[in-house]
Write a protein that binds this ligand. Sequence first.
Ligand code: SAM
Length: 355
Amino acid sequence: MNYIGSKKSLLKFLEESIYKIVGKKDFDFLDLFAGTGIVGQHFKERGHKIIANDLQYYSYVLNKNYIENHKRLEFKGIEKEINKIKNININNRAEFVCEYLDNIDYIEGFIYKNYCLGGTKNSKYERQYFSDDNGRKTDAIRQKIEDWYKKNIINDNEYYFLLTTLIENIDKVANTASVYGAFLKKLKKSAHTTFNMKPAYFLHNDKKHNVYNEDIEELINKVEGDVLYLDPPYNHRQYAPNYHILETIAKYDNPIVKGKTGLRDYSNQKSKFSQKKEVLNSFNNIIQNAKVKYIFLSYNNEGLMTEQEVKNIMTKRGEYGIFKKEYSRFKADSDDNREHKANSVTEYLHYVICN
Ligand SMILES: C[S@@+](CC[C@H](N)C(=O)[O-])C[C@H]1O[C@@H](n2cnc3c(N)ncnc32)[C@H](O)[C@@H]1O
């Protein structure tokens, strides 16, 4: 998924830096601002036990699949409902269930009624986050997944796998520039395509992993391990309003939505890491309370905390150090979109070896 602050392009830098300090031994890896889960997944692939967490529920869902799922899904319970699945090889059952969901009848449910043109036509706010068909398909699949789960036809692992598959695929056909803070006036080319339930991948292995959906300031008192990796928001941009529709698809809780963009209430999901007045105090709490041997923090030179402020706080726990990586960011020139200006950003990986 295309995600603000994703570390997809920095995985090599993170891996090399972390191994340089900790060594390649077997350590637990705590990814407590997990977002898409891509960093945890990377270290899961290298054989580490992962503990993941995020404040957003859609992120919890993604991590329940990518991180916590580690065994083949057999969809045994579905035999009661779809007789044909008995003839499907156990290795192909996840794919079979996704194909089945691709072919169920569409429903005009919450997503269609609030975020598609057909459903909002002639109301105060007409919205077009998805094509009508993608909205109806999402409603149908989301309701079927919930129905199966409530009837115990699918287990937790299968439930989060199917939800992740739905979230990843609907996100690819959203009619937005990138995030859900606004939608485009006209359906863009990719938004015309009806999505398919391409199964979400997860790595099979022997380790048990844990995933949480809590505020890190509370969770930090309850978990422990070897390596704590922190990748908080860097600036004032809150994740909740930028991904509100994914949150609603994940929860499917019929929230009251407001205004032009159909925003749900997110007063209990405001991150202190996106608030200048709060960030230093929260960061200090986490660093002081972490029961781990090493702490790593991703941040950059444009974040709310300065390099020196971070250093002062982390140094209180032990031997401090920093890795830096410069990269060029291209910005569209406001006068002429064909011309681009390059400016440089420095990505930091601060660390402390705890006493
Ligand atoms: C920079 S993103 C993480 C990106 C992630 N490493 C990736 O590559 O996809 C920051 C994440 O922190 C989460 N977050 C913000 N405040 C939080 C808090 N107080 N507790 C837990 N998670 C929080 C946001 O929801 C967001 O997903």
